[in-house]
Design a protein around this ligand. Structure first.
Ligand SMILES: [Zn+2]
Length: 112
């Protein structure tokens, strides 16, 4: 299932094809990773400032993680080392973020 959908990435001047796992995002893998890194960074930043993470952001981050896992599976036979490294790095950050959020909401449940 490594077939790309016929449409191209929605970014201007990007000629890359969209992998099947990113069809709903309309982005090629490189641009999806760019956006996912930015999203993750912003959410992590808000967490560290003591803001709670809104459930929509969390939902988004979870779907990012799922898209990455699907992508890793799709390209397991012909991995691009660079993209693979970025995907694994992002998964690690997302995992840390989920951990962080879990602890954070635990504190919110018990107001001082
Ligand atoms: Zn692109």
């Amino acid at each position: 299932m490594a077939a790309a959908v016929p449409a191209g990435c929605r970014r201007v001047r990007c000629a890359n094809l969209i992998p099947a796992s990113l069809a709903s995002e309309q982005l090629c893998l490189d641009h999806f990773l760019d956006e996912a890194f930015v999203r993750t960074d912003q959410t992590l930043g808000r967490c560290r400032e003591g803001h709670s993470v809104n459930p929509v952001d969390l939902e988004w981050l979870l779907s990012d993680a799922l898209a990455i896992v699907k992508n890793l599976e799709e390209h397991a036979a012909e991995p691009n080392p660079n993209q693979r490294d970025r995907m694994l790095e992002l998964l690690l950050i997302l995992a840390n973020l989920h951990e962080y959020v879990a602890h954070h909401s635990l504190r919110l449940d018990r107001p001082a």
